[in-house]
Design a binder for this molecule. Structure first.
Ligand code: PGA
Length: 253
């Protein structure tokens, strides 16, 4: 059966010292509070290796926030899946709406990144979600289905072993406006149905689908109690130890 997961997306926040302090404190808390859902944190790339070494992977997994579309070569500033793999990394976010918005990420580049990740046995945390106007014009189910299917092109699906999906409505990210549990559940059920129809029952049942977008300590419990919500991808609140640990305990392991 699928895992319950709480992932913290630290985005471009925290100094080196702050990152180490938060990660090691969390590690201690997770160790003391077993059993607990799977905890993943996605720090800035320059901290990945230190945090991989600094936490116990039995308690906390480390994820990259992004990966290059390319295998290797003259791509200044980029980090390849092969390089992530070479430091022992097992997870990466891909297709985050901030990459789509500020760095011209398209469904095509998301698919290329997915292919790179699978080629190096890194589990993608695939972020999908509609804009406000797409929801207002009642296109949100189609938009999300399309993003999902574009990311899972046939050459990728052949290698598809592990997949985590994060449904993050763009209007809910960093706005304080969490989707209601009903809105989130119906979209998660839709995503699972698409996985079922296109790829079969095993993938549909085994894929953890996380909700992201202004998850906080007071909204987490009701969201996480929905049958198709397997946890959360948490931005702002993951930077605060008290809030993040409370969010983790809101989920039934
Ligand atoms: P937020 O960010 O929790 O701050 O809304 C979530 C995300 O972007 O992954």
């Amino acid at each position: 059966m699928r895992d319950k997961i709480v992932a913290g997306n630290w985005k471009m926040n925290l100094s080196f010292e702050e990152a180490i302090h938060l990660a090691t404190t969390l590690n201690g808390w997770v160790a003391d509070n077993q059993p607990i859902p799977q905890v993943i944190i996605a720090p800035s790339a320059i901290y990945l290796q230190t945090l991989l070494e600094g936490v116990d992977e039995q308690y906390i997994k480390i994820a990259a926030q992004d990966v290059s579309t390319h295998e290797k070569g003259a791509y200044t500033g980029e980090i390849s899946a092969q390089q992530l793999d070479s430091i022992g990394l097992d997870y990466s976010l891909v297709g985050h709406s901030e990459q789509r918005q500020y760095h011209g990420e398209t469904d095509e580049t998301v698919a290329q990144k997915m292919e790179q990740l699978y080629a190096h046995q890194i589990t993608p945390i695939l972020c999908i979600g509609e804009q406000l106007e797409e929801r207002q014009s009642d296109r949100h189910f189609d938009v999300v289905k399309n993003q999902l299917l574009q990311a899972l092109k046939p050459q990728i699906v052949e290698n598809l072993t592990n997949l985590i999906v994060a449904y993050e409505p763009v209007w809910a990210i960093g706005t304080g406006q969490t989707a209601s549990p009903e809105q989130a559940q119906e979209m998660h059920a839709h995503i699972r149905q698409v996985l079922l129809e296109e790829f079969g029952v095993e993938l549909a049942n085994n894929t953890s689908i996380l909700y992201g977008g202004s998850v906080n300590a007071s909204t987490a419990e009701e969201l996480f109690s929905q049958p198709d919500i397997d946890g959360g991808l948490v931005g702002g609140a993951s930077l605060k130890y008290e809030d993040f640990t409370q969010i983790i305990t809101s989920i039934k392991a």
